[in-house]
Design a protein around this ligand. Structure first.
Ligand SMILES: Nc1nc2c(ncn2[C@@H]2O[C@H](COP(=O)(O)OP(=O)(O)OP(=O)(O)O)[C@@H](O)[C@H]2O)c(=O)[nH]1
Ligand SMILES: [Mg+2]
Length: 348
């Protein structure tokens, strides 16, 4: 969003420069003399030249066209600036799979009428593909964990899933042999045992959700629900990479909000998995099973990276798949931004 604004400006600035060149070569000498004293900056220069042109009787056809194009650009820039004043720009930075896209989908659900049926349908191939990818991952994980299929007959289903590159046809309906294999494999105790230990082979966080909702998802004419859309993973790393090129001045003038996402999974891990934080961070001295202490320890590690004392980084604990939670957090974030803006103009 931000980049397109820049390119828009750059393009128009270029056009302005060429128009100015054209304007100066097209004008009569006495006009140039009258126009120049009014020049204060590049945009007032264009305006001064245009006004000068209006007064001149012997204006050429080329000059008239240039004047028209110039005032149209001027008008466009004003209009663009006016709309931009109401645009809130968000730069979302985070590791892969940290929940950036999920948060953006929640903003659409909360502030922009959610997803139309057509939009929901457009996620169907991604949901089916997530199911296929997750099943492949579990089958490969079984090899790593040395877990066998409970039913030997499921070997052929495992083979057909592992060799399948696309699980739906041109009509976007799941291929019948894939549906059959999914059902057989998800009924296999070996597959379930491996899926339950998914954290040992980095199984996608939403894989279990898709397996548990498999009967609904593999049914003919399936249409994804909003929850399915929040759970589906579509890769978007490219956007983040381009946004990194932005000038750091933008950061100096921007509210920095630290979202500690996936608190549901964090809590589950700290409370029930036996994978205590001290195993991974020797700096953690809190008790095992203390979710608050563990969460605040990690937050403090992030906050300590902030070197500017006058620019605090506010943090929130979020679960991006939970609409109510995100709604509350967005309220707090917006309040915070308004307060910062008021403080900046010294009203607080
Ligand atoms: N349980 C749980 N799952 C989450 C949460 N946030 C995101 N997810 C899931 O994590 C997966 C990855 O989320 P995305 O929003 O696609 O992550 P991303 O940061 O956009 O990832 P990239 O585009 O690869 O950089 C999806 O399956 C989400 O449904 C959360 O707070 N809790
Ligand atoms: Mg993404």
């Amino acid at each position: 969003m931000v980049l397109s604004t820049f390119s828009y400006r750059r393009h128009h600035a270029r056009t302005h420069r060429s128009l100015n060149r054209l304007g100066s070569s097209a004008r009569a000498p006495q006009l140039r003399k009258r126009a120049v004293p009014f020049v204060a900056n590049s945009s007032s220069r264009v305006r001064a030249i245009c006004m000068g042109m209006c007064l001149h009787q012997d204006i050429t056809e080329e000059g008239k066209k240039a004047k028209l194009r110039s005032s149209k650009i001027e008008q466009d820039l004003c209009e663009h600036a006016r709309t931009e004043m109401n645009v809130v720009k968000i730069l979302m930075l985070g590791a892969a799979e940290s929940g950036k896209s999920t948060l953006i989908k929640q903003i659409k659900i909360i502030h922009s009428h959610g997803f139309s049926k057509q939009e929901l349908i457009s996620f169907k191939p991604a949901v089916l593909d997530n199911l296929l990818t997750s099943m492949k991952f579990v089958l490969r994980g079984m090899g790593m964990l040395r877990i066998n299929l409970a039913n030997k007959k499921n070997k052929m289903h495992a083979r057909s899933i592992l060799s399948c590159s696309q699980c739906f046809g041109d009509d976007q309906e799941l291929l019948p042999f894939v549906a059959h294999a999914f059902c057989a494999l998800w009924s296999d105790q070996g597959v379930r045992a491996a899926a339950a230990r998914g954290y040992e082979f980095e199984l996608n966080d939403s894989a279990l959700y898709f397996f548990e909702n498999m009967n609904r998802i593999i049914a003919p004419k399936y249409v994804p629900t909003e929850t399915d859309v929040l759970r589906v993973r579509v890769r978007t790393c490219g956007i983040v990479e381009t946004q990194f090129q932005l000038n750091e001045i933008i950061f100096r003038r921007t509210s920095l909000i630290l979202l500690m996402n996936k608190t549901d999974l964090f809590q589950e891990k700290i409370l029930h998995s036996g994978r205590h934080l001290r195993f991974y961070l020797s700096s953690y001295k809190g008790a095992d099973g203390d979710v608050d202490a563990a969460a605040h320890h990690i937050t403090a590690m992030f906050s300590s990276c902030n070197s500017s004392a006058d620019k605090p980084v506010y943090h929130h604990f979020t679960t991006a798949t939970d609409t109510a939670n995100i709604q509350d957090v967005l309220h707090m974030v917006i309040d915070q931004i308004i307060k910062e803006n008021l403080a900046a103009v010294q009203l607080l």
